[in-house]
Design a protein. Structure first.
Lengths: 116, 110
């Protein structure tokens, strides 16, 4: 399966600031996905990031709050802007493994964000 | 109704027990089905895909019932190391996002 890394692994930020999370994949992938997992909850999709086009956001998530970049087929960033304590969560990127014919998706290790 | 629902947990079972989880989905157009395992403070890891004919991987068996729109996961001979949260995931088309269920926590007790 694809090897996915994320930076930072964790951070503690003050409200009102922004944090950019990086996701790097060891192979080229068409689509990358950004999820949020709030404490004790399941995963919620924030947006889908295609290389060369604007990210597609899910209901309840907007580009101004969560801008995403996808400059090439192995890398993406998610920025959490103007943070509030409600943004404290784990942020995960995932990719569909290009080497498989099935639809399996694999996750990065996540970024644990705490906003104070 | 939520798109994907799972058995509410937690499940506390003794070592060696057999335990089964169910997951229902609402979108009849769903094409692909998966079980993920998530350990505390870790990312979800793919446990197994679920095929129409059902599939088995060691102590784990997954079943799909399209007519009733549910999938199941059976774990035989539970080990302490099976303790985790089990998430089912469903998607409609390749390249689209998964919809995850809320997860079912399993604790295997010595």
């Amino acid at each position: 399966s694809a090897v996915i890394s994320q930076k930072p692994s964790r951070d503690i930020c003050q409200r009102g600031t922004s944090l950019t999370i990086q996701c790097q994949v060891d192979s080229q992938v068409t689509m990358m996905f950004w999820y949020r997992q709030q404490p004790g909850q399941s995963l919620t999709l924030i947006a889908t990031a295609n290389q060369g086009s604007e990210a597609t956001y899910e209901s309840g998530f907007v580009i101004d709050k969560f801008p995403i970049s996808r400059p090439n087929l192995t890398f993406s960033t998610l920025t959490v802007s103007n943070m509030s304590p409600e943004d404290s969560s784990i942020y995960l990127c995932s990719v569909e493994d290009p080497g498989r014919s099935s639809y399996e998706q694999y996750f990065g290790p996540g970024t644990r964000l705490t906003v104070t | 109704r939520k798109e994907v629902e799972q058995d509410p947990g937690p499940f506390n079972v003794p070592e060696g027990a057999t335990v089964a989880f169910n997951c229902t989905y609402s979108n009849s157009a769903s094409q692909s089905f998966f079980w993920y395992r998530q350990d505390c403070r870790k990312e979800p890891k793919l446990l197994m895909s679920v095929y129409s004919s059902g599939n088995e991987d060691g102590r784990f068996t997954a079943q799909l019932n399209r007519a009733s729109q549910y999938i199941s996961l059976l774990i035989r001979d539970s080990k302490l190391s099976d303790s985790a949260t089990y998430l089912c995931a469903v998607n409609v088309l390749r390249g689209q996002n998964f919809v995850f269920g809320p997860g079912t926590r399993l604790s295997v007790l010595p």
